[in-house]
Design a protein. Structure first.
Length: 365
């Protein structure tokens, strides 16, 4: 019986290395999924797996115990080990298997071409496409268009399903009041990655802006990763009084912070391996409803989305002058924030398509 029918609650067993009580973005996303699934007649049960050798073995045993009261097994990568647990639990528990990709296995930019890791991932991916009852992935991860259909001739549109971009939780964002700032404020929320995504161009741009507007009352708040090298860059740019950094905070708090800002900062870099990526942080920015200053290659998919949606200014990497100009345009009103209306990029929409995939597994049995 379909979980959407409302006559009987169905259960999906989620194989994941995320504890819902963690204070991070992945935990928040699964907690949101749990609530949205319940609204459509499904319960979500977690099988936590520590992705170590012993953790995988324990995860299999835990999954075999929990799957007795589940209707579908849903494994989520990354890391890839989780699909191994999902496949074993599904086969031994005799329940349909939905394999979910939130990161690519073989085309992952962190995997070296020709390496042992790539060969193992290819084997695991082919096993998943052969054995899983359904394979889903989110639009926005770094997979080429129609990757599974092109790579695996036996795959069908009935088996592989691209989900809409994961999106932001519209209801939640609408209920949270924005923070209040006394100055013109810019917020960055998230991680940095050495040699790839780092704030140097933006820091220099803030320095350029302060030099051009010495009386400007500007504050920039970074929430997440930070290191001493960034402090040095701040000192060299002479913007110590304008740039402030804080540790990660709970999701509801960062939503409040983002909604109150005058602008939000996105840094995507110029690594061609990241060309197709649409990070989940971007959807939180969209949900906050504030203009985005995006420092990213102009030909990346993120840049296209921001321009198409009318939600910000795209700045090429290594161009502090363009950062300065973007801040100026937003502050003096030359830039018009004009987002496209609709629910295309909401968590509610992506979860509805995911739930439909669960429903099809039961109706096809």
């Amino acid at each position: 019986m379909s979980g959407q029918s409302g006559e009987e609650t169905q259960t999906v067993l989620l194989i994941s290395n995320v504890d819902f009580n963690d204070e991070n973005g992945r935990a928040e996303k699964f907690s949101t999924r749990e609530r949205l699934l319940r609204e459509r007649g499904w319960e979500l049960k977690l099988c936590y797996v520590n992705p170590t050798v012993w953790g995988v073995l324990i995860g299999v045993l835990r999954g075999l115990w929990l799957v007795r009261s589940a209707d579908v097994v849903n494994s989520v990568c990354n890391p890839p080990h989780l699909h191994i647990v999902g496949g074993v639990v599904s086969k031994l528990g005799r329940k349909p298997w939905l394999a979910e990709f939130r990161d690519p296995l073989v085309t992952n930019p962190d995997v070296e071409t020709g390496s042992v890791s790539e060969r193992l991932r290819k084997y695991l991916e082919s096993y998943i496409l052969r054995e899983a009852n359904s394979v889903v992935w989110y639009d926005g991860i770094q997979l080429p268009e129609n990757y599974f259909l092109n790579q695996y001739p036996d795959a069908t549109n009935e088996k592989v399903c691209q989900l809409p971009p994961i999106g932001y939780e519209k209801e939640k964002f609408s209920q949270i009041s924005p923070a209040e700032y006394e100055s013109f404020s810019i917020v960055y929320a998230g991680s940095f990655y050495e040699g790839w995504i780092e704030p140097y161009t933006f820091i220099e741009g803030v320095g350029e802006y302060i030099s051009s507007n010495p009386e400007a009352d500007l504050d920039v708040f970074f929430y997440g990763d930070w290191n001493s090298e960034y402090d040095t860059a701040v000192e060299q740019a002479g913007v110590e009084e304008s740039i402030h950094h804080h540790p990660f905070v709970p999701h509801e708090e960062i939503v409040k912070v983002m909604k109150g800002a005058d602008a939000l900062l996105y840094i995507g870099g110029a690594d061609p391996e990241n060309r197709r990526n649409l990070p989940s942080k971007l959807y939180d920015y969209i949900g906050a409803g504030r203009p985005i200053i995006a420092i990213v290659d102009l030909d990346f998919r993120v840049a296209d989305l921001i321009r198409e949606q009318g939600i910000g200014i795209v700045v090429p990497p290594e161009s502090p002058e363009d950062v300065r100009d973007a801040i100026e345009r937003i502050r003096n009103g030359d830039y018009r924030y004009d987002p496209v209306k609709g629910d295309e990029l909401t968590r509610e929409r992506s979860n509805a398509v995911y739930t439909d995939a669960l429903d099809r597994l039961l109706t096809s049995e």
